[in-house]
Design a protein. Sequence first.
Length: 213
Amino acid sequence: MSTWVFVSKIKDEDLQKNEQCSPLEKNNTLTQLRLIAKIQLQELCKQFGVNPYLTIKKTQRGRPYFKDCQLDFNISHSGNFVAVAVTFNGKVGIDIEDSSKKRNIAKIAKHFIACDQNITEQEFYLHFCLREAVLKASGFGISKIKNVVLENKQIKSQFVENGSLYFGSLSGVFLALFCKGDDIQIFNFDYKTKQKTAITLENKQQFQVIKTE
C-alpha cells in the first residue's frame, strides 16, 4: 500500500503579513506551520478515504494517532517547511531539516556519530534525519538517538520497527522517511489552493531498518 507525503513551505506573502502584524495579532511561524500541517493531514485523509476530522489521541510516549482508524501519520517541520506522511501499511516516520538553517554540524554530530571536523552537510543530515525518522515511527524521542546504529545500508536498534528508510533532498530541505513498503508518493502541497504536484527525492538512498533484541 502507498505511503503519501505532503511537503509545504510558508508562502513569502504570509511571512510578510506576519512581520507587519502587531505582537498581539502576530501568528508566529510555528503556529503557521501547525495550521498548515492540519490542512495537509485533512487533505491526505480525504485522499485515503478517511474522515478528515477524526479524533487524535496520543500514546504514553506522546506519539499522535487516530482513534478508531488504522491510518498512521507523522509530522515534521523545520524552518519554513512542514511535511506530513500517512499510510495504512503499519507505522510511518518522517523528518525534514531546512538546509538553510545555520548549525554547528560537528558539535551536534559528535553526540551520536563518530566524526571529525570535516563531516559534510550531506553526511550530517543523513545520520541525523534517518535516526529521527525511525525513532518517530516507533514513538521514541531523540533521547534514544545514540542507540540507533547505521552499518552498510542497515539501520539497527531495539527502539525501531522493521521496515525501510528513504533519504534524499528536495528544494531547500533534506528528508528522511520510514515506512513498511516501497510505494512512496511525495507531493509539493499548496495549502491555499490545496493543489498537489508530484516531486522526486534527489540523491535518494534506501536503507533496511532492523529491530534488534
